[in-house]
Ligand binder design. Structure first.
Ligand code: T4K
Length: 427
């Protein structure tokens, strides 16, 4: 039975008192949509709208592709893209691939990992699937509550005679504690690899991501900071590993046209590389936009208790691609209540990453008790919310999103009553 107050009471909810005149945005005086008002945004405001780059540059590259009549299979545009990636990361090899998931799968397979690999549960599920698809048991390691990345102390406790490697994830472009993980890997003779899907253009102690551990996998999916529609790459300084990944991505064919190993088709196409090159040309502008958005969110959300925007170390290179807030227990609304408020306004905030891979199939069935050792993961999966940013979002959009959150804080008891059973469908 509904405990929500009558709708006329909800509709008469007082609008928020203007709180942040410094943004110059017209503060709303309408009731929140979750309380019956019209949505503030007519069109959905997404998390993950692609950064498009310069259309003329892309068109010129596509013209070149047509003139070459070379569409895929290690074409000249892919080779140019790989060269740019190598320059930017300083990695000896960047093998461009069809997507980030295949980059992970090939990196794991060609490093000959077996048995168990230590991996965070708090990541996008592709990280863990890539292990499982290689017949490896993912051993879930908890997330450090501060960094959201693999907790090295917990990782060290999870090593068994079957462990062959550690797969860290540089979440939100904030690199893992690489030194601590490398020390553990060296002490136990383990491979150390990274899912760097979020961390293109970032550094760890001044060293570019792409040169850390044995190998790192990038994603250039449309929603990523730099995109090639779909795409990925493995970066490594290991000549032999790079050669094996190239071969494994091309059905196992060697450069002399012999099938010498098991392989799949994970090749990047020319049109994807054209988009990748276009995206790389805009990279600095995208960083600037993202950084400005990050600072705007920081300024506008800072007065709200219990709401904490993740911090980026501005002394290191960062891409600022993810605006992630932690909605703590002292906030007047839970993360899911705040999400329902935003959704009602057409702001499609995302619960990255909910509910934690250990609660997804097949891992939930295979390891039903995994959550007991993952308190940090459980907390983060229930408290984090990703907000819209990137070049498709402008300052006014951000002011409006923050205004909604301020209003929600003011109307929290009414909202809580109205949301007896929020229906949330995303991950
Ligand atoms: N490791 C990590 C840590 C990752 O985060 C990912 C991917 C991977 C590995 C694997 O890399 P890939 O194999 O994908 O290269 C999205 C992306 O599909 C996925 O690439 C990404 N991580 C993940 C974090 O987010 P969804 O299911 O949330 O995507 P989707 O379709 O809901 O799109 C997000 C929003 O972006 C939507 O609200 C709509 C908008 N959008 C999306 C696309 C594709 C657009 O406006 N235009 C578009 O073209 O997974």
């Amino acid at each position: 039975m509904s405990t929500a107050p009558p709708i006329d009471k909800l509709l008469s909810a007082k609008p928020a008192t203007p709180k942040h005149p410094q943004i110059g945005a017209p503060l709303t005086t309408r009731p929140l949509a979750v309380l019956g008002g019209p949505p503030l945004f007519n069109q959905p405001l997404h998390v993950g709208r692609p950064n498009l780059g310069d259309r003329d540059q892309f068109d010129a590259l596509v013209d070149r592709m047509f003139e070459n009549r070379w569409l895929t299979n290690n074409g000249p545009i892919v080779q140019e893209f790989e060269g740019e990636l190598e320059k930017l990361t300083g990695a000896k090899h960047c093998v461009a691939l069809a997507n980030g998931t295949l980059a992970l799968e090939l990196m794991i397979r060609e490093l000959d990992l077996t048995g168990e690999v230590i991996v965070p549960s708090f990541t996008f599920v592709a990280t863990v699937h890539a292990l499982r698809l290689n017949g490896i048991t993912p051993v879930f390691c908890d997330a450090d509550p501060e960094t959201h990345n693999l907790d090295p102390h917990h990782a060290a406790q999870l090593i068994t005679p079957r462990t062959s490697g550690i797969l860290g994830v540089h979440l939100w472009g904030r690199p893992c504690n690489v030194d601590a993980l490398q020390e553990i890997a060296d002490a136990h003779g383990l491979a150390l690899l990274f899912d760097a899907a979020h961390a293109f253009g970032c550094t760890y102690k001044g060293r570019p991501v792409g040169t850390l551990g044995d190998a790192e996998a990038f994603s250039f999916h449309a929603t990523k900071f730099v995109n090639s529609f779909e795409g990925g790459a493995v970066a490594t300084n290991d000549d032999d590993l790079a050669a094996r990944i190239r071969q494994g991505a091309n059905f196992g064919y060697s450069p002399s046209d012999e099938v010498e190993a098991l392989g799949t088709n994970a090749k990047m196409s020319e049109v994807c590389a054209a988009m990748g090159l276009t995206s790389l040309s805009s990279m600095q502008d995208i960083v600037e936009t993202n950084r400005r958005h990050y600072r705007t969110y920081g300024a506008l959300l800072s007065p709200l208790h219990g709401l904490h925007l993740i911090e980026y170390d501005e002394t290191e290179a960062r891409n600022y691609q993810y605006i992630v807030v932690e909605v703590g227990p002292d906030a007047p609304l839970t993360r899911d209540e705040l999400l329902a408020v935003l959704r009602a306004e057409n702001v499609l905030a995302r619960r990255y990453f909910h509910p934690g891979c250990h609660r997804m199939e097949p891992y939930r069935t295979e390891q039903p008790n995994a959550g007991r050792a993952l308190p940090g993961t459980e907390r983060l999966a229930s408290q984090l919310l990703a907000l819209p940013t990137g070049t498709a979002v402008d300052d006014q959009d951000i002011a409006n999103v923050c205004d909604i959150i301020h209003q929600a804080y003011d109307a929290a008891p009414l909202i809580r009553a109205a949301l007896e059973k929020p229906v949330l469908t995303d991950r």
